[in-house]
Design a protein around this ligand. Structure first.
Ligand code: DGL
Length: 268
């Protein structure tokens, strides 16, 4: 069991920002990644639909023999984490708790910004989690739907990204946030642009790093850490267009992605 892979899934390539951190923090672990590229984006879909997709992704990963699962997607975490955790026996880790914890540690004014897809911001999942830690925290949520296509287009460091970031984020700056959670897997690639727009004083939180630490704690707790120092294996599956996944994904992951396989996810 300890040498079984970890399953990681996302609506597409965005989860690779989380995968990258997992690879750094847990270099011994074998990993199976699934990107639901046929049905991306999840951000504008209903809670029911995203939950159904999460079940299918988990069923697929279980067939691959995974020992634990990471929902490397904010929208899927917001919509389905508590539901799927009740259904399955193996540990399932999401990305929201990690970002919440870090933001709550970093804020001194108690005014925290959260940006994400319409689904994530609309679910108020970050806000509810933060309020459960401190009822005094003020959470300013803002959906930034154009950020995902900008990143996929490779325009994250351009004037286009900066103009759009001003449109979305100027109001958060005026609200006086002192920390800002990147509540969407694509946004870490926009960190420099976002930092320029909100100002150097605002602390940017990328939940991916803390998620990898949460996963390590979870594996430790369940005695599931892979202690074998062999070269890990990484497998990639997508539901559509493997060529685009490898092209764009390499930017997210900073390494080559080979041998991507197609999966008919509707079957699961
Ligand atoms: N992975 C999604 C998230 O983190 C962003 C892309 C989508 O809308 O599917 O919310």
């Amino acid at each position: 069991m300890k040498e079984s892979p970890i399953g990681v899934f996302d609506s597409g390539i965005g989860g690779l920002t989380v995968l990258k951190e997992i690879m750094n923090v847990l270099p011994n672990e074998n990993i199976v990644y699934f990107g639901d590229t046929a049905r991306v984006p999840y951000g504008s879909r209903s809670a029911e639909t995203v939950t159904k997709y999460a079940f299918q992704s988990i069923n697929f990963l279980l067939e691959k023999g995974v020992k634990a699962i990471v929902i490397a997607c904010n929208t899927a975490t917001a919509r389905s984490l508590s539901i799927v955790q009740q259904k399955y026996d193996i540990p399932i880790v999401g990305v929201i708790k990690a970002g919440v914890r870090t933001a709550m540690e970093l804020t001194s004014s108690g005014v925290v910004g959260v940006i994400g897809t319409e689904g994530t911001v609309g679910s108020r999942a970050y806000e509810l989690e933060m309020k459960s830690i401190s009822s005094r925290v003020q959470v300013k949520g803002k959906a930034c739907p154009l950020f995902v296509p900008i990143v996929e287009e490779g325009w994250h460091d351009t004037d286009v990204a900066e103009i759009i970031a001003h449109r979305y984020l100027d109001e958060l700056r005026e609200d006086g946030i002192d920390s800002l959670v990147l509540g969407c897997t694509h946004y870490p690639l926009l960190t420099d642009t976002i930092q320029r727009v909100v100002g150097e004083a605002v602390k940017i939180v990328n939940p991916a790093k803390e998620t990898a630490m949460d996963l390590m704690d979870t594996l430790q707790k369940h005695k599931l850490l892979n202690e074998r120092g062999a070269q890990p294996s990484y497998e990639y599956y997508v539901s559509d267009n493997p060529e685009k996944f490898s092209q764009v994904g390499e930017k997210f992951l900073n390494r080559a992605i080979d041998g991507i396989k197609l999966v008919e996810i509707q079957k699961y």
